[in-house]
Write a protein that binds this ligand. Sequence first.
Ligand code: GRF
Length: 187
Amino acid sequence: MKRLAVFASGSGSNFQAIVENAVNYQVVLLVCDKIDAFVIKRAHELAIPTLIINPKDYQSKVQYEEVILNSLKEHQVEFIALAGYMRLIGSVLLTAFKDKIINIHPSLLPAFKGKNAIEQVINAGVLETGVTIHFVDSGIDTGEIIAQDIIKINEKMSKNEIEEKIHLVEHRLYPKILNQLLEEDLK
Ligand code: GRF
């Protein structure tokens, strides 16, 4: 069973889906960079250990990530899933976890990279969007794509309605891909 850490900054609905649907992995740590994020409450309820860390307490990203890395080592973490973690991964973690960090993004990459992807989708007036799971590299949503799912939308849908549809797909797709990836990793 692979030992997984999830990084999140917000509500954490994906974190919860990842925890609840674990088969070939075990979530051993939540890393959260926002002290008041709702995901922390979810972690407590699910009895998952947390590292709550404020980047403003550190002089550099290197120092900040070294503290995270120490905690990942303590918990013997082997793989990282980003789930609404609103920060670029830096050199310390990219080097220590080469090809072992994945992310979920609410668009069909390479379209609509970066922040506010759903607003970007709405402003572009497209009728098809989706969800992408990809490996993390030093760019913003640029790493190799692992899986995508398409979602049909229409111009009458509100941002909330689109978001809800995206979340439903994410909560199914993310644990499924993690279970597949981490099973293959065992072979
Ligand atoms: C998800 O839509 C994910 O694609 C994006 O951030 C959102 C996080 O939602 N990266 P939640 O915190 O998991 O509810």
